[in-house]
Design a protein around this ligand. Sequence first.
Ligand SMILES: O=P(O)(O)O[C@@H]1C[C@H](O)[C@@H](CO)O1
Length: 324
Amino acid sequence: MAPITDSVNGSKIYTPVKQSLPEVDPDDGYGAKRYSYETLVEIANFLLSRVSIRPCIGVICGSGMGSYWKQGSLAETITDAECIPYEDIPNFPVSTVEGHHGKLVFGRLDGIPVVAMQGRFHYYEGYPLWKCCLPVRVMKLIGVKTLIATNAAGGLNPNYKIGDLMIMKDHINMMGFAGNNPLLGPNDERFGPRFIPMNKAYNYEYRQIAKQLAKELNIENLVREGVYTCLGGPNFETVAELNMLKMVGVDAVGMSTVHEVIIARHCDMKVFALSLITNECVTRYDQDDEANHEEVLDVGRMRQDILRKYVTRLVAKFAEVENY
Ligand SMILES: O=P(O)(O)O[C@@H]1C[C@H](O)[C@@H](CO)O1
């Protein structure tokens, strides 16, 4: 397999390590074959042939960050933007959630070359986890070294308020406990090793930078640090489920990110992740409120200016420490 080269300046972006997969990749349990390394390289080469930006940082815009609306969202403020709808990318999944923008936006945030997913893929849409995370591997192949994943989440920690931002310091992989993991199946060493540690998944230096930046931006009172878990969705959780999660140390509950982070760490990307707390989890039977998607979107809109400024400045700070 030839290395992927940058069609603009000819430099090597990614050199495959070695090929170790069995010839036949078994069915993924959803009646489909997992995409081979070669298929992902084709997707990466397609993207590199369509855009001139060479991103070092990838951003996944979650439900609270403009995956459903345009005006004022982070992805819409990317400069020198080159957009590619998911349906135009060969072998790429498409967004099935009503009103969800499905596009990759290449461009610059504070001058730094980035690629943003405006709209992600969720397990509840019917995609197996490996497919939900496919864009992360594609990002790696086009040269991305740092992943910023954002999501909307329900606040389980009683000290959290609607509109808070939670820096993810860790996760509990509930779906993994049940045997569902994006790394299931034959391991392709060209992406990473069979067994990976996860204790340093959420980069410590990035988290310190984010906390310092919150002080500089005067949003310290909004910014928390905690543990996220992803459930399969699409239903929100029962009272008993939420109380169980609280007991095991979960601060915020959502339906994404964990598997993306696993795939990013598998291919040695550095990770920062941020949850927007869009609702309070209902943990008592005498509470009248019910979780709903409209509230998630409303709170996203309410916080979009702050999120946009915060993530843009984070991109600049991470690029500075990484020398991108
Ligand atoms: O894509 P994210 O994780 O931000 O979206 C969350 C989980 C569900 O997709 C949706 C529920 O309202 O928000």
